[in-house]
Design a protein around this ligand. Sequence first.
Ligand SMILES: *Cc1c(COP(=O)(O)O)cnc(C)c1O
Length: 501
Amino acid sequence: MRISDKEMLSMTDLPFDKVSPYRVKVVEYTIPTTKEKRMEILKKYGYSGRLLPAEYVHINMVTDSGTAAMSDRQWSAMMLGDESYFEARSYENFEEAVNLFTDMPYILPCHQGRSGEYLVYQALVQQGDKVPSNTHFTTTGAWCYERGAEPVNLLCKDYLDSEDKGWFKGNMDIEAFEAYFIENAEKIPLVELVLPNNLNGGQPVSMANLKAVREIINKYDKRGTKLYLDVARISENAWMIKQHESGYEDKSCLEIVRECMSYADGCHMSSKKAALVNMGGFVALRDKRTWQKMQPKLIRTDGYITYGGLTGRDLEAVAVGLIEGVNDYYLADRQRQVDYFAEACKKRGVHIMEPASCFAVYIDAGKCLPHLSPMEGPATCLSAQAYLEGGFASTAMDSLQRAREDSSDPLNEGKKMTAPYELIRCAIPRRVYQEPHYDWAAECLARAMSHGTKLPAFRKIKEDRPPLEISEIGLRTFFDNFEPVSDLPLGDPVKMVSTRI
Ligand SMILES: *Cc1c(COP(=O)(O)O)cnc(C)c1O
């Protein structure tokens, strides 16, 4: 039975912060492995979560992108997909949902977030421009360089203070932004705010910060600077605002999302995150002429403007998932899972970045393995060892892998700056795992940590491949491979408590 949007939103006294508002219909098995086999896999395929064949990963928190379990409502909507090339009925359903979500009139579907970003950068950004952000996502940074412009990251200082317990450490540094904007207003066509800040601890952005950014643009604007939001996970950011920013307790997350949107000129979304689909994205904006400028570019890369590289059934799945993903009951359940995993780690002495964000737990590997220096890859090591311990895969984001380039001289290896924290991102797939999975994942990390100084340093493997272009420098992390200077400790075999199967 497909329950209606209205039924999903109706009031209830059921505690969805304690029990999920859905149940499981289809289950997916992974191939059983042993420690010896996992060691073999690590050696054969490289030591990074994203290189491991997924079939041998038991709990996969490498990414929350495209990994959601879709609902019966989405699967049934997909059967109604209209696969006509032009003006398909499925586009109307998609447009209606995106209008409701963004409150913006002009929409373009695209196959994922980055193809939407391409349209925005092609339409708005020119050679010599500067694009400030709280922290550009890898691909918006790449599009910026591709246009001959400079991405500028102005993340708030709270983020760098690991003792700071504030809730909105993904904010733009407002003072730095104001000073930068006054100085460079003529060169700034676009400001990007990423909510929440994926590359820096997944930390959310407050409504107050978003409003302040808008006000600064309005006050000092010299050329019609636009504010765009990178909204892959805005629904989850809205949940954080509802919980932790005063004045929003009684608003629904959909109302909060729409208020965020009201301060922006446009947005681009990777629907593979908060819209609960495996593929999809869109751009939404207020200005008709910019929308028209984007249209031929979309046709050149993704296809006609009513499907943008998606099938009719993909559009239907987004239309349903976007609204399901901003449902308060669903978001309460999601936050409970993230918090449960954060607690499961802390209980076992695994250090995490605080506060845990709304979609992932970031492990502070620098604190977990203090004997390894940043360039020895503490996160790379801990993440690999946790896979060895129990089939748990995650993404290392340490200085060894992610040392930031100096944006004034991005090709200069010698100018690499270390990352502010040595993090492992454990991104939580939506509606996929249950409490025992989180306990086991935390157990894998704790067992890995227990080897202490036996855990080896990692180094980069030099590979012969064509050099990356300047716009591709940020994508380096997808191509670099790493290896330990000595074998990972095998330790004791994992024992099942009960052998009666
Ligand atoms: C994933 C992501 C993107 C890019 O989206 P894709 O669908 O992977 O192309 C952009 N911004 C943020 C913040 C993201 O997390």
